[in-house]
Design a protein around this ligand. Structure first.
Ligand code: FAE
Length: 549
């Protein structure tokens, strides 16, 4: 079993703990355990735990860093994750379903998939009916914005495009004026990149392979408009990808896989941070358990109420957990919801009013351009983006646009982009005490500036190449700029506002936020490297100062 799991990661040195942790995850998945610990590697489900010195909510980037660093410090840690463990092959022999023929594994309790590109030639050919199941991708709908998030052990790392980008230092410093940028760029970004397994595409292979023809065409069009492009690092193993292209390794990025999970090649958190955390023997992970309430016991410890669900979504058990140290890594939506609910229902009444504020979309806008017949983008497209159009330094219109794939398996002459724009608009969440639901105040007006910025950049590219936009990709109308969803939810518990400068939540001791809710709405690049590096910084400080006996 182990050789198969590690085969995808051959370019990277795996620690003994990562190998042990991966074995534990693999066996737990095979045997259908919802509790995972080092015992699982010996085919035993860990005993149920109801108290632990530290609890981590969520197993995305912020949660995974917290779990590993707590465990390495010798602190017994329980991780609670609402999604499932993604390690067992389904009836087709694959863990994840294909993007082209999605099934129940694709989306979180839906009866139809909700892909970002809803249509092609205005035809409803992209989405499929599916049965309800705890699938890997969720699209959370608010009144005028919907947010894509990953669900499962590894959070967003299971579904994202692997782009591992470090933000321009000047913009990082502007967004985080109280954070020591020297320390971030000298210590925590390098630490995060190393632990995540970041690598870069071989430029000569990139220039010659069919699989990145779509990127080279977009680069040429950007350069024709006088714009600069830049390579973007990734956590997808490019050694594996080259072997996919050569036919010597099973295809994943070259088989259209991404938003519903990659069966091979991707260094998702279950293969990096979480594997290493489980390998310490100090971490137990409970899956399919959604924390819904947090309160404090008279002795100052935290009490969590969590619903354990089955594959139909039915609550099969409601459990209470206790801990001394509580780390929230539920992501921008998950963490903000938990804290807002705790404040509004009075279980943690001293939480600051800044909880629930400072939220943004990282200025996300998606769009497509129609190319000339002679500018073929290729039927073969890797799903892992490796290049961006970098016009961030243009103070009149700062945009960083990732050159995105559209891997249909047919030539379609479409160039697709996810533009990250510098949008200063921020929205707040509120908590509806009647329904118990989170509301988000983001409106179409908040997105308008992002659309204007993306339009300005791509009007320039269209003018230089005598091309036009595609009007058929985002629904039945003629929408060119998809401004009603984001892949990059940021904020809600902003660093230095809802927390101190290290993610310690104001008003309560030993309560921490480690995820994307710390980022104030905009980062200028794809966010997971920054979320990981900030979590590393928080954990270094907290372990040095707060957990001493
Ligand atoms: P996240 O990874 O979302 O993890 C939160 C975890 O907590 C999830 O597993 C939840 O299921 C779980 N959870 C939430 N609430 C609860 C609860 N109450 N109880 C128990 N568990 C809970 O958070 N970023 C990049 O940098 N590069 C990319 O190429 C990129 N592409 C993307 C493509 C897609 C389709 C998507 C959806 C996102 C993409 N992102 C990308 C964004 C990136 O994945 C995201 O910023 C991070 O995953 C956020 O990390 P967090 O730790 O904040």
């Amino acid at each position: 079993m182990l050789p198969n799991m590690t085969a995808n990661l051959t370019n990277r040195h795996l620690t003994r703990r990562q190998i042990l942790g991966m074995a534990a995850l693999q066996t737990a998945a095979t045997l259908g355990f919802t509790r995972v610990g080092l015992e699982s590697a010996r085919a035993a489900q860990p005993d149920a735990v109801d108290t632990a010195p530290a609890i981590v909510v969520g197993s995305g980037y912020g949660g995974a860093v917290a779990a590993l660093r707590l465990a390495q410090a010798g602190i017994r840690t329980l991780v609670l994750e609402m999604g499932r463990l993604w390690n067992t092959p389904g009836p087709d022999g694959n863990v994840f379903c294909s993007t082209r023929t999605p099934d129940q594994r694709s989306m979180w309790f839906r009866t139809r998939t909700e892909a970002p590109l809803g249509t092609f030639l205005w035809l409803d050919v992209v989405n499929r009916d599916i049965s309800r199941y705890p699938g890997v991708l969720d699209r959370v709908h608010f009144a005028q914005m919907s947010v894509y998030v990953g669900r499962g052990v590894g959070g967003g790392s299971l579904v994202n495009g692997s782009m591992a980008v470090t933000p321009p230092r000047a913009y990082f410093a502007e967004q985080f004026p109280t954070v020591d940028a020297d320390e971030m760029y000298g210590t925590y970004f390098p630490r995060a990149r190393a632990a995540l397994g970041v690598n870069t595409v071989d430029p000569s292979w990139f220039e010659s392979t069919d699989w990145y023809r779509f990127t080279r065409v977009s680069r040429k069009h950007a350069e024709n408009a006088g714009l600069r492009t830049t390579f973007v690092p990734s956590v997808y193993d490019f050694g594996h990808m080259q072997r996919e292209a050569a036919g010597t390794a099973p295809k994943s990025a070259l088989a259209g896989e991404v938003i519903y999970g990659n069966n091979h090649g991707k260094r998702s958190l279950d293969k990096t941070y979480l594997a290493a955390a489980l390998g310490t023997g100090k971490v137990t992970l409970h899956t399919l358990e959604k924390v819904r309430a947090i309160s404090r016991a008279p002795d100052g410890t935290y009490v969590l109420t969590a619903d354990r669900i089955d594959a139909t979504g039915r609550v099969v058990e409601t459990k209470e957990y206790g801990c001394t140290y509580l780390f929230l890594g539920g992501g921008s939506l998950g963490t903000t919801e938990l804290l807002l609910r705790a404040r509004e229902t009075g279980t943690l009444p001293d939480l600051p009013t800044s909880v629930g504020t400072g939220w943004g979309t990282n200025g996300n806008v998606m769009l497509g351009r129609a190319n000339h017949l002679w500018d073929t983008v290729g039927a073969n497209q890797s799903t892992m983006p490796v290049m961006g159009i970098d016009d961030w330094a243009n103070t009149a219109n700062p945009v960083f646009a990732e050159i995105a794939p559209l891997p249909t398996g047919l030539e379609h002459w479409v160039s697709l982009y996810l533009a990250i724009t510098r949008n200063p608009e921020r929205a707040s969440f509120s908590y509806d005490t009647g329904s118990g639901e989170l509301r988000l105040g983001w409106t179409a007006a908040h997105s308008a500036l992002s659309v204007a910025m993306a339009k300005k950049l791509f009007d320039r590219i269209n003018a230089a190449n005598a091309t036009i936009y595609r009007y058929d990709l985002f629904g039945s109308g003629s929408k060119v700029f998809a401004d009603d969803f984001t892949y990059h939810p940021l904020g809600g518990c902003v660093l230095g506002k809802a927390t101190d400068g290290y993610g310690r939540v104001k008003g309560y001791s030993r309560l921490y936020v480690t995820d994307g809710s710390l980022v104030p709405g905009s980062l200028g690049v794809n966010p997971f490297v920054t979320i990981t590096a900030l979590a590393e910084r928080t954990m270094a400080r907290v372990l040095a100062e707060d957990t001493a006996p």
